[in-house]
Design a binder for this molecule. Structure first.
Ligand SMILES: *[C@@H]1O[C@H](CO)[C@@H](O)[C@H](O)[C@H]1NC(C)=O
Ligand SMILES: CC(=O)N[C@H]1CO[C@H](CO)[C@@H](O)[C@@H]1O
Length: 279
């Protein structure tokens, strides 16, 4: 009884209305949701090309949730122009070199490069290889499916990353300071480049995406909520469990996906009581 009263007093005095609404909280900020694209099936792998403020992502058909029927699409956040990207079988992977405006896309038959002018994908490399994921930082990386092996492109040739031989990788991320995070079915790990050492960060979560905002902060989007990477471990900044993908646009606005929608979060000055499961 005392505890409930205490919480009520805190809530009342901190100016948060005791009314529920469909606003959501991430960290200390409240957001209204603006649905940009609905009736998709599990939109994953949200990546924003900052130069054109265009979101690239993959989804499946919502009726079947078929894993073999992946499709890539784009949504221009300035013009709201949006469309499927044709010509990539099983399109599911995206990586962007923000410095050179090169957009790499992957599917079940190799890697493609997206042409912003023609809106077509040109074949790039690894013919016939089933691409699970792509990542770009100084080099282009890909993870092959179903062996989940990490490869790197050096001098126009791809080869397995020798430090990761024998390690399955589902998600891979390198930041500006060369700090590496990766995830597989067993958990989230930090790779220490200097000591060639792998440290377990968390083995309870299932990682859905590892992503950076425009200020180089790294976020882990998981089945148990969203975490922010700190110098020593990570901090949970949202309890919401149905965020499937997360990206930050040119102005650092948050774009998320849930089971069926691509959603832009609009900063709100006031909060409310949160419904953590459905919002
Ligand atoms: C995931 O990576 C860790 C750390 O390298 C490794 O110990 C573990 O066996 C990997 N899990 C799978 C399923 O490969
Ligand atoms: C916004 C809102 O509903 N505020 C209510 C919160 O609870 C107090 C006490 O019950 C009410 O007086 C407010 O109207």
């Amino acid at each position: 009884m005392n505890r409930i009263l205490f919480i009520f007093v805190i809530t009342a005095t901190s100016g948060i209305p005791n009314k529920s609404c469909d606003r959501m909280r991430i960290g200390n900020n409240w957001y209204d949701r603006e649905i940009l694209w609905s009736e998709l099936g599990r939109p994953y792998n949200l990546n924003i090309h900052r130069g054109s403020n265009t979101l690239f992502f993959s989804y499946t058909q919502p009726e079947t949730y078929s894993d073999v029927d992946f499709q890539l699409a784009y949504y221009n956040l300035d013009s709201n122009d949006h469309q499927n990207i044709v010509g990539i079988r099983g399109g599911c992977a995206v990586a962007i070199n923000q410095a050179t405006d090169e957009i790499y896309l992957g599917g079940s038959e190799g890697i493609y490069k997206y042409n912003m002018l023609t809106k077509l994908a040109d074949f790039y490399g690894e013919k016939g290889v089933n691409i699970w994921a792509l990542f770009y930082r100084r080099n282009l990386f890909y993870i092959s499916y179903p062996d989940q092996k990490l490869h790197i492109e050096v001098d126009d040739k791809f080869s397995p990353v020798k430090e990761f031989l024998g390690i399955e990788v589902d998600h891979f991320h390198v930041n500006n300071d060369n700090i590496i995070y990766f995830a597989n079915k067993t958990g989230l790990y930090k790779y220490d480049n200097d000591n060639n050492d792998i440290r377990n960060v968390n083995n309870l979560i299932t990682v859905r995406q590892i992503v950076e905002d425009v200020d180089d902060n790294v976020y882990i989007c998981t089945n148990l909520g969203v975490f922010l990477i700190k110098v020593d471990g990570m901090e949970k900044i949202s309890d919401i469990k149905n965020i499937y993908g997360l990206a930050f646009d040119r102005d650092n606005n948050i774009i998320i996906s849930d089971e069926k929608n691509i959603i832009k979060l609009i900063n709100s000055k006031s909060g409310c009581m949160e419904d953590k499961e459905h919002w």
